[in-house]
Design a protein around this ligand. Structure first.
Ligand code: FAD
Length: 549
């Protein structure tokens, strides 16, 4: 064992910090490794906190993945909880640590320092925001406070329609609370394309969540220091015994910034491919750090557990050995469950792809998670976003029942390797009736994309203005009556199986859109028209299914 064993100090002991510490030990048996954590717990399951509040996870101890005693026993890692790192002296390679219980500070030297301080929930400076009964959810202490307040609460207002807000709203309903969900944007999950979250809006309302979209929080009304209502920007007053703020996070960068460590454009700690900061002896990982963002190559923050764990592992190795493979790009692959409907994304949405300057297009398919004839099949929508011309996959979104996660993971794997829709078409995926279909939903989405790129069946998006087109709705008359396509005069209903016989009712010279429920019959219709001399024909991607899913 080396006598020159390095001292590795780690700030923050949860996702990134704990991963870094464990990997460092596995790579260097003699290193001195110390984790400093300002809270009372390390290595806990942040992502499980909503499910503990809702009672799906019943044993609080299950949230504690590795306790300090395990770190010591198994990894010989010293954990100092309730110790906050308050300063970094880069010249001396020392940190200053405050023992929060003893109210005492001391200094400690390092060879390598790993910053994994995470992020804190945003708390907007609004009237009443400090009232009792207003909470944020980031750690176990927050969870305990909310759990204590819940038995006396009947009405909860959740502010923020991101993952944490949605999960917590679901879990509050599970506990029988009346729940209102407030989101300033016109949709929940603002990173997703609007049509892809419509099913979530319906699911939330169906399950009794009052949705307040496009309406921000203006103030918290309090009585005797306790929150009694949330007042929104349009004056709406939502009575509340419990308010959860889940409007995003702010990276904990003050410690790094004060030490002259550079921040990037996204105000996360700037890092190189080995997660080193501008000081080669200091690494940064997790929510406080910047990653290379896969779809654009830009440096930005991606506040998710996967990248935090993986970059922590990488930095832990690099810090003790001086080498590691470079950090891969982060694609922001994420998923949330909202009352039985799952929704997730990887990479860019169509709106984000366009905003990033891509000439991008998307296909939507509605398909089952496994063979329809096998009992229990559940439907999902998959939206595949790709670059025109090259077919490079830029991202995907999926929403539905079982199997949404699998499709996102398949597509995320393709994007990781810079793959195209043509690559997805060729993927050899596991299939038997209880598991999937011989043509999987990801294949179907890629077929549609390939047909678009090859000019066989070009798509238009579900929000297209139909009015300038000749529109052929190839659904059955009863379907059209139940759910008309849109307010538009030029819609001609010809059920698909009659299309060849009724071509004379259509004008071959007009730009034409073919529509159905899911985009499948309209694809067949598009091919029929194209092969019968119609000059310009498009398939309406997603079609009416987006409105009824
Ligand atoms: P953290 O896990 O936050 O750890 C940072 C730690 O550093 C904190 O404990 C903090 O107290 C400590 N610290 C900060 N400053 C100092 C200091 N100066 N000295 C000492 N200690 C310090 N992500 C997903 O991918 N999927 C999910 O389903 C998911 N669900 C989530 C649900 C909830 C309720 C929350 C809050 C987050 C969820 N996340 C999820 C996000 C995920 O938990 C974070 O991305 C991840 O924990 C980030 O890891 P980190 O190590 O950077 O920060």
């Amino acid at each position: 064992m080396s006598t020159n064993a390095p001292t590795i100090l780690i700030v923050g002991g949860v996702a990134g910090g704990a991963s870094a510490a464990a990997r460092a030990r596995r790579m260097h048996e003699a290193a001195r490794i110390v984790i400093f954590e300002r809270d009372s717990y390390v290595s806990f399951a942040n992502c499980g906190l909503p499910y503990y509040l809702g009672g799906e996870i019943t044993d609080r101890d299950e949230l504690l993945i590795a306790k300090p005693s395990l770190f010591k026993r198994r990894f010989d890692i010293e954990v100092r909880t309730r110790h906050e790192v308050t300063g970094i002296d880069r010249a001396a390679r020392e940190i200053t640590v405050k023992d929060l219980d003893a109210d005492d500070s001391y200094r400690m030297g390092y060879d390598k320092l790993i910053l994994a301080p995470g992020a804190d929930p945003l708390v907007p400076p609004l009237p009443g925001i400090e009232a009792a009964g207003v909470f944020t959810l980031r750690n176990l202490e927050d969870t305990d406070r909310i759990a204590e307040a819940m038995p006396d609460a009947q009405r909860a207002v959740v502010v923020g329609g991101g993952y944490v807000g949605l999960e917590t709203a679901e879990q509050f309903r599970r506990r029988g609370l009346q729940v209102a969900l407030v989101e300033m944007q016109s949709q929940v999950l603002p990173l997703h394309d609007p049509e892809m979250v419509e099913p979530l809006h319906r699911q939330l309302e169906f399950n009794g969540v009052r949705l307040e979209l496009g309406n921000g929080i203006a103030s918290v009304e309090e009585q005797h220091g306790r929150a009694v209502a949330v007042v929104l920007s349009d004056g709406t007053r939502l009575p509340a015994d419990l308010v959860l703020l889940a409007i995003g996070v702010r990276p904990n960068v003050a410690l790094a910034e004060a030490a002259g460590i550079e921040l990037g454009e996204s105000r996360g700690i700037a890092t190189d491919e080995y997660m080193r900061t501008n000081d080669p002896d200091i690494y940064a990982v997790g929510d406080a750090a910047e990653y290379t963002y896969g779809p654009t190559g830009a440096k930005q923050r991606v506040a998710l557990a996967g990248p935090a764990n993986r970059t922590g592992r990488l930095a832990g190795q690099h810090a003790v050995t001086g080498s590691s493979r470079p950090a891969p790009a982060a694609w922001g692959t994420s998923i949330v469950r909202v009352f039985g409907t799952s929704s997730g994304m990887t990479g860019l949405s169509l709106k984000a792809a366009k905003a990033a300057g891509y000439e991008a297009c998307a296909t939507h398919v509605i398909a089952n998670n496994h063979a329809g004839y096998y009992p229990g099949a559940q439907a999902m929508i998959v939206k595949l976003v790709f670059e025109e011309g090259t077919g490079v996959v830029l991202g995907a979104q999926a929403c539905g029942g079982e199997g949404v996660d699998k499709r996102l993971d398949v597509i995320s794997t393709v994007t990781h390797f810079g793959g195209t829709v043509h690559d997805i078409v060729q993927l050899d995926l596991a299939y038997a009736p209880p598991f999937g279909s011989a043509k999987d939903p990801v294949h179907m989405a890629a077929f549609a994309a390939q047909n678009h790129l090859d000019g066989l069946a070009p798509v238009v998006q579900p929000d297209v203005d139909l009015c300038p087109y000749q529109v052929v709705d190839v659904r059955a008359a009863a379907e059209v009556e139940a759910l008309p396509l849109a307010e538009c005069d030029q819609i001609i209903n010809i059920p698909l199986d009659k299309l060849r016989d009724r071509l004379d009712e259509l004008d071959r010279s007009l730009p034409t859109i073919v529509a159905c429920r899911s985009g499948l019959r309209s694809y067949v219709g598009t091919r029929i028209l194209k092969q019968h001399g119609f000059e310009e024909v498009y398939n309406l991607s997603g079609a009416t299914a987006m409105r009824e899913f």
